[in-house]
Write a protein that binds this ligand. Sequence first.
Ligand SMILES: C[S@@+](CC[C@H](N)C(=O)[O-])C[C@H]1O[C@@H](n2cnc3c(N)ncnc32)[C@H](O)[C@@H]1O
Length: 220
Amino acid sequence: MLIAEKPCTWPVVPLSAKSVLLRGAPLARKILPRWAQRFLLLHMLGVNRPYARLRAVASRLCLERELLPWIAQRYRHVLFVGTSSYTFHYEDLFRRDQYTTIEVQPRGAAWGAADHIVAPIEEIGRHRPDGSFDSIILNGVFGFGVDQPDHKRRVIAALHRALAPGGLLLVGWNTDLHDDPAPLLLPYFAPAGEEPCSERRAFAPDETHVYDFYTRRPDQ
Ligand SMILES: C[S@@+](CC[C@H](N)C(=O)[O-])C[C@H]1O[C@@H](n2cnc3c(N)ncnc32)[C@H](O)[C@@H]1O
């Protein structure tokens, strides 16, 4: 007997594995452990592929091989601002209870440390007591979300409160993206004076990225 074929009533949506994974991202963040999220993002979605060049440039190698290991040796509690698929392994440079990350985007939590805060850095005071950190790394945040002078001022005031007296602030920024943030920073921070963080690290002519180092001034 021939059965008449029924017209399909389900919408036919051509979904690639990638779009299925992306659509399920908020759910995946809730139910999957971080290692599984990272595996999917790195090995199935290839989220790190666009950053292959970035991960090999001199400024990034300086951060990963010189500055972060030095900070890890010297400072007890460290806060890293802004997480991405190419920063998650920085956690391995630190002892377990030494390293905290903060990122405004919920999706950045997959790349955060075991101690990770989902919030804008200017609200760090809602999540940790003042003076909680001995060093704060603010790399690639000015010019990448914190752009206007007023916003920068709020971030700088929050960094000053979060940092312990004498603590080290590392500011990584791009000279072609915005003005030098020094005039905004100097009321709160003094230039740091100790090697390898005694003066600006620059990577010209190949890069516009620089690192500046500051220590927290006492409360005014
Ligand atoms: C260019 S990436 C830099 C990532 C990382 N800090 C690094 O060293 O490469 C900028 C990151 O800062 C985050 N970001 C921007 N504004 C922020 C804020 N107010 N608080 C926390 N994270 C912020 C962005 O969401 C993004 O993930």
